[in-house]
Design a protein around this ligand. Sequence first.
Ligand code: ADP
Ligand code: MG
Length: 422
Amino acid sequence: MIIFNQDVINNFFYIILSIFLIFFLIERKMIHGWYTRLATLVSLSMAIILCMLSPIYQNPYCVHDLRMIPFVLGIMYGGPYTGLALLVVLLLSRTMIYSWSIVAFVIYAVIYLLTIIGMKWFDFDRLTSRKKIIFSVILFTVHSLVAALIANAMTVFVMDESYLINFILLPSVGMLILTYICETLLKQIQIKQALVKIEKMEVLAQLAASISHEVKNPLTVIKGFLRLLNQENLPVGKKEQYLAIASSELNRAEDIINDYLTFAKPDPDQVENISISGQLNKLVDMVEPLSNQQSVDVHKSIMDATIVGNTRSFQQAFLNIMKNAIESMPKGGTLTILSKVQKGNVSITITDTGIGMTSEQQARLGEPYFSTKEKGTGLGLMVSYRIIEAMRGVITVDSRVGQGTSFQIVFPVDRLKDPSSL
Ligand code: ADP
Ligand code: MG
């Protein structure tokens, strides 16, 4: 009887460690797309090999450990290709550590195929968390039974009570716990992504209010000139003049709406070259209605450089910071936007002459739900910080109560595109 000896605990430890490593990398946004699959493959392969080096039970016909758990988790969450690569790793390492075994080959190939068929049959990706957990436990019990039947048919193998406990019950309970952990971690990541969207909606709603106000002004002007145009006996040349004014006001309204719409579009997760001056100028245009409303003067001194990242995310990050700066000056003030290129870095500074922050408040910046505003969400800066960190940016804040705040963000410049390095 084995049930819970040191080797079982070691096996669980290796698997949990590999799962946490993958989620840590995903959560910190250190890996995307194909790199996620590669990291999953490497991390689970390590778990498989370490489990194999720490057998729970061994006799001349069979070696038992929990390697099947990372293998099946890899197929379920990494997909068929990751699963196939794990199958190769598993068979190669088993051959190197012990010896080649045709029984092991047949068992793992059948388990691989059964998992893929089971996932297709039950449409695994669309199952709820709870159903995924139930699916994985049932699948695992079936796997263990199938493995026993194959071993029984191909070798001298006795299925006794201890087998039932150690080969079927223990791995299935292990699978239950580990799938539960994976699902909980996945949910965490999804909640964080949803928060980013909620914050964006909040900013959109507030911007929409000030924008509709701003669009009304040009529309009123246009209305007035159209009425004038309707007059008879219009002096010569006046008609052209009125039309020119109306058309320039229309362009202005169109620009405001276009900026807003670009920001409101759903986010493609695409990395491209970002022109600092292009984007900062656009952002200044976007916050102009808001700053006009609060009698805030906007000054800018912008040097261009190119960095790499997602344009929409860049806009979202800086819009939050600029909006906070304007909101910190309810009685008016000056917002200064500065960008400089120095030693392969571009630094962007956003300074306000607003209410400022105490050092306790500064220490909490970027924390979710930290807000000192009556209607604040406390999510804006959390989102900005996450985006900027993902773009390898570094943020420094300098603030004095009653005097104002300055946010400095430094990004590494894409060298080939940096005009100062030419
Ligand atoms: P919200 O704007 O919804 O309150 P944020 O995450 O954008 O949430 O900001 C969190 C808090 O940080 C604000 O409530 C405010 O207290 C403080 N803060 C951020 N930027 C500034 C600034 N420029 N001046 C003063 N306080 C600021
Ligand atoms: Mg804010």
